[in-house]
Design a binder for this molecule. Structure first.
Ligand code: UDP
Length: 405
């Protein structure tokens, strides 16, 4: 089978290319390398059944012959990441809406099957969980840029349905829920690579809000396996599917888990949303998928737990940059802030209760006096009432690496 992957040098696209090639298919990846990178597919460039075309999907003359050659199209090219979208609204609309129409229009010539990558963002601020594919989408006002992500991806879905109904185009829509894994970059705001990188550098872990918002993080290998199975399943055509994990975790617990797994001495830093994103920003409090439709249609069962996935991400980041190594404070000590906004270690007085996660030996930890744990929100409390003050939290200044590190 010849597959065309738009966004094929992106995080998910490159893993999809790996999996398709491993299964004996041939792959053409088109990517403008805006948020994707050549490095993601470097290991594939010498393979005879892989080709990378560096261009935008909006270049119709370039994409037209690629579509003609393909047996199936995985349309993954999109503006991704809430932060990136807030920073580039116009380009995001063009990329998400116009590019999708180009792909669907061209695919409809030969009725080539299209797998459209969508996102759990389309549910907007529907906090009810677990979310089924037919759950309502609750979107905020157009004046708030963050909602254009949900709106543009929802428009993509409408377009896919319209091409399916009016042009008999075989389409399958896949809504990804927080897909994470090796090669994902934190540059566009995604929480897991950001936390892992911060932990490996002993920098503050930047928790937005009170950290009690929750997500379900899906291993990229599981997401890609589901996507390929959907592409091979005739009953999936004309349908939308959630692709996600059911393992829910708060962002605060995610931070603790990453600290434990890396052995990092990073302090937790609580940052108010308006500082992290934009005025009027609203985060999803909870986002949990109902994956029963996926399970019933393709027998989906995830292979990789969050813990295993985090281990792989940590390993990958360490291997990619050996400078990224955690330097935890010695056993029996904790980090304390000095007046110059840097840190030093001090012995822990006997009987001190260190704030450590359950599964990690108490090697050393940040002093609670500097980074207070946020109060549990009272029912009906506003974000402003529950956010911890981050003004005292420094951005720089960590213990120097131990000699020989
Ligand atoms: N987040 C955070 N610190 C960061 C980046 C993200 O606390 O440095 C939070 C973010 O506000 C959200 C969650 O982590 O509540 C997941 O963010 P991400 O951008 O990875 O995915 P989203 O679910 O928002 O699409």
């Amino acid at each position: 089978m010849r597959a065309l992957i738009t966004g094929g040098a992106g995080f998910i696209g490159s893993h999809l290319a790996d999996a398709l090639l491993a299964a004996g298919h041939s792959v053409i990846a088109i990517d403008n390398l805006s948020t994707g990178s050549r490095g993601n597919v470097e290991h594939l460039l010498e393979q005879p059944h892989f080709q990378l075309v560096v261009d935008t999907v909006l270049n119709e003359a370039r994409i037209s012959p690629l579509v003609s050659q393909a047996d199936v199209i995985f349309h993954l090219a999109a503006a991704v990441g809430v932060k990136w979208i807030i920073d580039h609204p116009l380009l995001s609309i063009r990329t998400n809406v116009r590019a999708t129409e180009v792909v669907l229009e061209q695919a409809s010539r030969d009725k080539t099957k299209v797998l459209l990558a969508s996102t759990s963002e389309v549910y907007g601020k529907n906090n009810a969980g677990p979310l089924r594919e037919d759950s309502d989408s609750i979107i905020g006002p157009t004046a708030v840029t963050r909602w254009l992500y949900a709106n543009t991806k929802a428009t993509d879905e409408f377009l896919a349905y319209a091409y399916h109904r009016e042009r008999a185009l075989p389409v399958v829509i896949a809504r990804f829920f927080n897909t994470v894994g090796p090669r994902q970059t934190g540059r566009y705001g995604m929480v897991v690579p950001r936390f892992v990188r911060q932990a490996l550098r002993n920098e503050p872990i930047t928790i937005y809000g009170d950290g009690r918002q929750s997500r379900c993080f899906t291993a990229v290998g599981d997401a890609v396996r589901a996507l390929i199975r959907l592409s091979e399943t005739p009953e999936a055509v004309g349908e939308v599917f959630n692709i996600g994990s059911e393992q829910e975790i708060t962002i605060l617990d995610l931070a603790r888990k990453i600290l434990a797994l890396t052995g990092s001495a990073s302090p937790l830093q609580f940052i108010p949303y308006e500082q992290a994103y934009d005025r009027g920003f609203e985060d999803m409090r909870r986002r949990v998928p109902d994956v029963s439709k996926l399970r019933e249609t393709i027998g989906y069962a995830p292979h990789t737990s969050l813990e295993e996935n985090l281990q792989r991400i940590i390993q990958h980041m360490r291997a990619a940059d050996p400078a990224l190594r955690a330097h935890p404070p010695p056993a029996g000590t904790r980090l304390v802030k000095t007046e110059h906004a840097s840190y030093t270690t001090e012995p822990v007085p006997p009987g001190t209760r260190l704030r450590v996660s359950g599964e990690h030996p108490p090697r050393g930890w940040i002093d609670d006096r500097i980074f207070p744990t946020p109060a549990v929100p009272a029912p009906g409390a506003t974000q402003a009432e529950t956010s911890a003050d981050s003004s005292a939290a420094p951005a720089r200044g960590y213990p120097p690496p131990a000699p020989g590190d």
